[in-house]
Design a protein around this ligand. Sequence first.
Ligand code: CUA
Length: 166
Amino acid sequence: MHLHKYEKWWLVFGVGTLFAFLVILGIGAFHNGTHPNQARNIIDYENVDNHAPFDNPGVHKVEGKDWDYEVVIVASAFNYNPIEIEVPLGSVVKFYATTKDVIHGFEVAQTNINLMLEPGYISEYVTEMNQAGEYLIVCNEYCGIGHANMYSTLKVVDPNATENSQ
Ligand code: CUA
């Protein structure tokens, strides 16, 4: 079979880009830990307030688990409860989040934390807080007129840092 020179180049280009995309996908999935939400746990979205752990939103220290803190977040148009999250540097944190109304996002800018919050589902994510700082939490799913104002803050605080402001 004779292939024209340009056709060969085109085939090489096509196969090459396919291979490159698979490599990028593999790095994202296996090295960076990116994966779709598993959404194994369901919840009655009209009764979130009475369903553990969402009856007690906030940051909770836990013992005897693979993580040190549990952060429980309830999203609703157009805010997050709790308003602000603070965890110590170096801690392993498990996030539990859900929504009381429409789909919201929970993205912590500059980190790998990025959850889609769907009515009726509990989104979970475990991560280690290994960089101190103040991170912006944004809703990255369009949820209505107040979408652009739906944000919050995650503070990762170094307990050993010296306080230099007075
Ligand atoms: Cu909540 Cu956009």
